[in-house]
Ligand binder design. Structure first.
Ligand code: AP5
Ligand code: MG
Length: 190
């Protein structure tokens, strides 16, 4: 299986590039942010709990995310591979993912880290906030998301460097240019 973690700060283009990758390589897409927003829309208990964290720009507790992921992963059993977007975001999540994949006889192929300057991240998210309706696309929440990213998520790069899976991708430039760099990396590893 071709299992890819797409990694990067809020607004770095994880969702945008995931859409292109799944089309090109026929993969399933698991975006924990999208799953949580669907739970919120459906008014589930998980959605109610998650909404409070998301609005504040904080990470949802690991155990809730890990429990949610196991079910989602089993629903993609027939796929050629999975792209994980917005997950893992902490070391415990990365460790849980490794166990879940190993139990299913597979592993992460590569982690693609989209590198984007902070000013550009904020501009992209504020621009999207004009139309997205997302409760977290406002300046105050964006700042909190960036702090959470720096403190809890960015350290994961080291975890994947140690696993030999980490590849940095320049995430500035046009969407097509960035996708071309991603394709080169995937084609060399698949
Ligand atoms: P999540 O939904 O994962 O959001 P995020 O990481 O903050 O990132 P975004 O989805 O905002 O950005 P993106 O990197 O996907 O960029 P996009 O392609 O959209 O998480 C939301 C919240 O849910 C978290 O804060 C947390 O509370 C919770 N959560 C989710 N997963 C969790 C987990 N695993 N553990 C705990 N909590 C979790 O692009 C952004 C914008 O830029 C778009 O408008 C796009 O059109 C534009 N754009 C993209 N590429 C370019 C380009 N090259 N040039 C110009 N514009 C571009
Ligand atoms: Mg996204």
């Amino acid at each position: 299986m071709l299992n890819i973690v797409i990694f990067g700060a809020p607004g770095s283009g994880k969702g945008t590039q995931s859409e292109l990758i799944i089309k090109e390589y026929d993969l399933a897409h698991i975006s924990t942010g999208d799953v949580l927003r669907a739970e919120i829309k459906n008014g589930t208990e998980l959605g109610k709990t998650a909404a409070a964290y998301i609005e504040k720009g904080q990470l949802v507790p690991d155990q809730l995310i890990i429990d949610m992921l196991a079910g989602v992963l089993d629903s993609k059993k027939e796929a050629k591979g999975v792209i994980f977007d917005g997950f893992p975001r902490t070391i415990p999540q990365a460790e849980a993912l490794k166990v879940m994949l190993n139990e299913r006889g597979t592993d992460i192929t590569v982690m693609l880290s989209l590198e984007v300057e902070e000013e550009e991240l904020i501009n992209r998210l504020l621009e999207r906030g004009k139309v997205s309706g997302r409760s977290d696309d406002n300046l105050e929440t964006i700042q909190s998301r960036l702090v959470e990213y720096r403190e809890k998520t960015a350290p994961l790069a080291d975890y994947y460097i140690q696993e030999g899976k980490y590849v940095a991708i320049k995430g500035m430039g046009t969407i097509d240019e960035i996708f071309a760099s991603i394709k080169e990396v995937i084609d060399a590893r698949k």
